[in-house]
Ligand binder design. Structure first.
Ligand code: 4AD
Ligand code: MG
Length: 462
């Protein structure tokens, strides 16, 4: 007989049928006559209750069934008299696939701290919280593809190994097959990368944008969705060394079009979660963040506030707030500043535009004032920056002048600069940090708790 997922069984509630369920034991309780086993298979938050008549199946044979054990249950689906459940399984036969010794199995019934669960990240998907987070993560990945597909954006697979540094911040993981105990040197004493696998120095990409722009300048509208890597040594609740980013890039989009796309995109995703992940969101709301669903609804139903960086700085300076990092025109905004604007001042998401060129990447379109660029950051409550993007510099002369000014290597960017020589076009794009989105949607406050296996400084377990 076909195994059914618990979510299907509970939703169909096809009583008086024979079924097979397979899953992991959450709890077992009972008395002399009957045992109740709560089984979960990861398909939804809810467990299915297995009722065992001890006249039919001996208590002795149930002994190895403890929290964490994996079972196959053949039985009959019947209406349940118990509160809070429509149906339950009357077991005819139970097969134990794997036991879980209660002396050693770390996930016993009591609630565990998120810190503890991080140490056992290989088991935490078996908890209600991580089951919910990972189901929401899946739903958001699906909705991202759906959103872009519906709007005629093509999914472009950009490389993970590159020889360029898109953000110019030097936060790259090197990729090499050179023998680190015996690194070949040139006559002038530098590392001889010509002997390396790719014949030059390479790294894991910090962003798919540069190649994404090539896609936009040929296919019109593309998006990337893949892992990106940053060797920034920042141990914060918002930074990962390996995170997933979604980067749409569109020809003929100016900054306003870019802002509109980004706002529509975020609202679409949040709305998708509200409509499709209700049970999991309600659990997260109850367990971790009582204002979660209210906040999600608020963002879906209200316009984002758009303003200039310069105005933002004026508001921060006039706020009378004591910030850890002082605010001056030209400074990069810290998360405390971003959150002040969003949570205290405007009380809604903010799109901040036209940043000083010194604190933004080389590729952004330069404004006529000579000081600012057409950047846009989207700032969210609780999160701070969730999206970073811009209109791109489409003028060959201005772009190569900026590359030279920043001392970047024109050699490694020749192909990128070439797009501005032949058929250049206005174009724009942005990057959404997938885990930042998930923090917002799930209410989790540490980014390590929205990715299955977090990578942060000194942590690459599992
Ligand atoms: O602002 P960033 O650095 O922008 C770019 O990489 C551009 N190339 C995007 C583009 O225009 N196509 O990063 C974009 C987003 C941030 O807003 C943030 O949400 C997320 O990526 N992000 C991180 N998320 C987790 N851990 C980190 N270390 C992150 N760094 C950036
Ligand atoms: Mg940024």
């Amino acid at each position: 007989m076909k195994t059914q997922r618990i979510v299907e069984i509970l939703n169909s509630a096809a009583v008086d049928t024979d079924i097979v369920v397979k899953g992991w034991v959450r709890t077992k309780r009972g008395n002399k006559n009957v045992a109740f086993i709560a089984l979960n298979d990861g398909s939804c938050m809810r467990n299915i209750q297995v009722v065992v008549d001890l006249q039919k199946i001996s208590e002795e044979s149930l002994k190895p069934i403890t929290t964490g054990a994996c079972l196959r249950v053949d039985g009959r689906l019947v209406s349940s008299l118990g509160a809070g459940q429509g149906v339950e399984v009357q077991a005819e036969k139970i097969e134990i696939y794997g036991t879980a010794d209660p002396e050693t199995y770390p996930l016993q019934k009591k609630g565990h701290s998120l810190e503890f669960l991080r140490e056992i990240a290989y088991l935490r998907p078996r908890t209600n919280t991580f089951g919910a987070v990972l189901r929401i993560r899946h739903a958001m990945a699906y909705a991202i593809h759906k959103f872009f597909h519906e709007r005629g954006f093509y999914y472009l697979h950009t490389p993970l190994i590159t020889a360029s540094d898109c953000e110019g911040a030097g936060e790259m993981f090197q990729v090499t097959t050179l023998d680190l105990n015996n690194v070949p040197k040139t006559e002038t004493g530098e590392i001889d990368f010509s002997q390396d696998f790719f014949g030059k120095a390479c790294n894991l990409t910090v962003s798919g944008q540069l190649e994404g722009e090539l896609g936009a300048l040929s296919m019109g509208q593309i998006y990337t969705f893949g892992p990106t890597f940053r060797a920034e040594n920042s141990n914060t609740p918002r930074h990962l060394a390996e995170f997933w980013m979604i980067e749409p890039e569109a020809a003929f989009y100016e900054l306003d079009d870019n802002m509109e796309l980004a706002e529509e995109f975020l609202k679409y995703l949040i709305n998708y979660a509200l409509e499709n992940c209700r049970e999991d969101l309600e659990f997260m709301n109850k367990m971790w963040d009582n204002e979660l669903i209210e906040r999600l609804n608020f963002v879906v139903n209200n316009d984002f506030k758009r303003l200039d960086y310069t105005e933002g700085i004026e508001i921060l300076k006039a706020s009378g707030q004591k910030f850890e990092f002082p605010v001056e025109w030209g400074c990069d905004l810290q998360s405390e500043h971003e959150r002040y604007l969003v949570e205290k001042h405007f009380k809604c998401p903010v799109i901040l535009i036209n940043y000083p060129k010194e604190i933004k990447a080389f590729y952004m379109k330069q404004n006529e004032d000579g000081k600012t660029v057409r950047a846009m950051d989207i700032l969210f409550p609780k999160i701070g920056e969730i999206i970073g993007g811009s209109e791109r510099e489409a003028d060959y002369g201005k772009l190569s002048a900026r590359v030279a000014e920043l001392g970047m290597s024109e050699q490694s960017l020749w192909w990128y600069l070439d797009t501005r020589r032949w058929g250049s076009a206005p174009h724009s794009g942005f990057g959404l940090g997938f885990e930042r989105l998930l923090m917002f949607v799930t209410g989790m406050t540490n980014i390590r708790d929205v990715i299955p296996f977090p990578r942060t400084p000194l942590h690459a377990e599992f």
